[in-house]
Design a protein around this ligand. Structure first.
Ligand code: NAP
Length: 329
């Protein structure tokens, strides 16, 4: 452990090039966010207020089941009441809208989230737009998207909001730096770019049609990769000393892919593959980030943990705002 800019950080030493990158540990920041939420929830309980999150899941997608379970567990950890509405695959858009309308009306429900993706026959856009913007703790409703783009208070999607918390925790300068976000999804890329812009970064957004991606990303002091392609960002894409945030969550199932991604350090991941049949990797080649970047987020252990912590924070904010205890919305 080393003390850098007021924080203890883990340094990764690369014996070959004697370079080092500071590892930005999502777990540390996520725990701090949850502790703060827990303390505020306890304080609210003295006034007989218990925030409540309603999570809706449709169908049997195993990844969605894991995500919702983790969100429910996090609620229990911080003292937020939760409801899990697990609906069958055959649920129609109308049935889902009925449930959301009921949850919108209920005074004891502060936050509503619909786990995405929904089954193909359900109209996702209509469902998201039905959620009361004041209970939209995922920040996907057009009212919140619009307010964010206007620079006004809004529920912000949890992953990009968590990344800003991570950058602040590690005192990474944002004002005036070149930031590049690769990916333009509603969930990560676009809100990430908005948040960086609000903090006075000079922001470039790249996507699948961007010409000469590496030439653009190489200019970035803060590079956020939210693509969903294992190891797409390599040595050519990273500016020396940059802060590299890897949002990608990809599963590798082939040993060749793992060797290509991790080089000499593939052994541990090959063991994971043998044990579990796959291993979780990001969009950034870790060896390249370790050698060239100044700071980077590992996968797993980086951004992923922040998302659920920020959901807890958004639910607390909703509970306070609905009772006039915060000026949000
Ligand atoms: P998405 O909706 O599929 O968006 C991917 C973006 O990447 C798109 O904008 C796409 O461009 C761009 N892209 C694809 N191929 C590219 C290429 N070759 N060069 C440049 N850009 C390219 O995905 P998402 O929901 O934003 O998620 C991105 C990744 O983050 C996924 O791996 C996901 O699992 C992960 N994720 C992690 C968390 C977390 O908590 N850690 C949360 C959410 C998402 P176009 O727009 O042109 O198609």
């Amino acid at each position: 452990m080393n003390f850098i800019e007021g924080r203890f950080c883990t340094l990764i030493q690369n014996p070959k090039v004697a370079e080092r990158a500071v590892l930005l540990e999502g777990a540390v920041v996520a725990n701090q966010i949850k502790e703060t939420v827990k303390a505020e929830v306890q304080h609210l309980s003295t006034r007989n207020i218990v925030p409540c999150l309603a999570a809706i899941r449709v169908g049997e997608d195993p990844a969605s089941a894991v995500y919702v379970r983790n969100k429910i567990l996090a609620c229990a950890e911080v003292g937020i009441r939760s409801e899990h509405h697990a609906l069958p695959e055959s649920t129609t858009t109308e049935q889902l809208l009925d449930l959301i309308q009921t949850l919108n009306r209920r005074d004891d429900v502060d936050g509503i989230l619909t786990q995405l993706p929904l089954p193909k026959h359900v109209d996702e856009t209509v469902v998201i737009e039905e959620i009361d913007p004041g209970k939209d703790v995922d920040g996907f409703h057009p009212v919140n998207v619009g307010r964010l783009s206007l620079g006004r208070s809004a529920f912000v999607p949890c992953t990009p909001a968590g990344i800003i918390e991570l950058l602040d925790y590690y005192h990474v300068p944002i004002r005036g730096v070149n930031a590049c976000v690769v990916g333009r999804s509603q969930i990560v890329g676009r809100p990430m770019a908005q948040l960086l812009l609000q903090r006075d970064a000079t922001v470039t957004i790249c996507h699948s049609r961007t010409k000469d991606l590496a030439a653009i990303t190489r200019e970035a002091d803060i590079l956020v990769a939210a693509i969903g392609r294992a190891g797409l960002i390599g040595a050519d894409h990273i500016k020396p000393g940059a802060t590299v945030i890897d949002v990608g969550m990809n599963r590798l199932t082939e040993s060749d892919e793992i060797r290509e991604m991790f080089g000499d350090g593939a052994e541990k991941r090959l063991e994971v593959l043998a044990k579990r049949g796959s291993t979780l990797v990001g969009d950034v080649k870790p060896v390249a980030a370790m050698e060239i970047a100044g700071r980077f987020t590992p996968v797993p252990g980086g951004v992923g943990l922040l998302t659920v912590a920020m959901l807890m924070k958004n639910t607390l904010t909703a509970a306070k705002a609905r009772r006039g205890l915060s000026d949000m919305l």
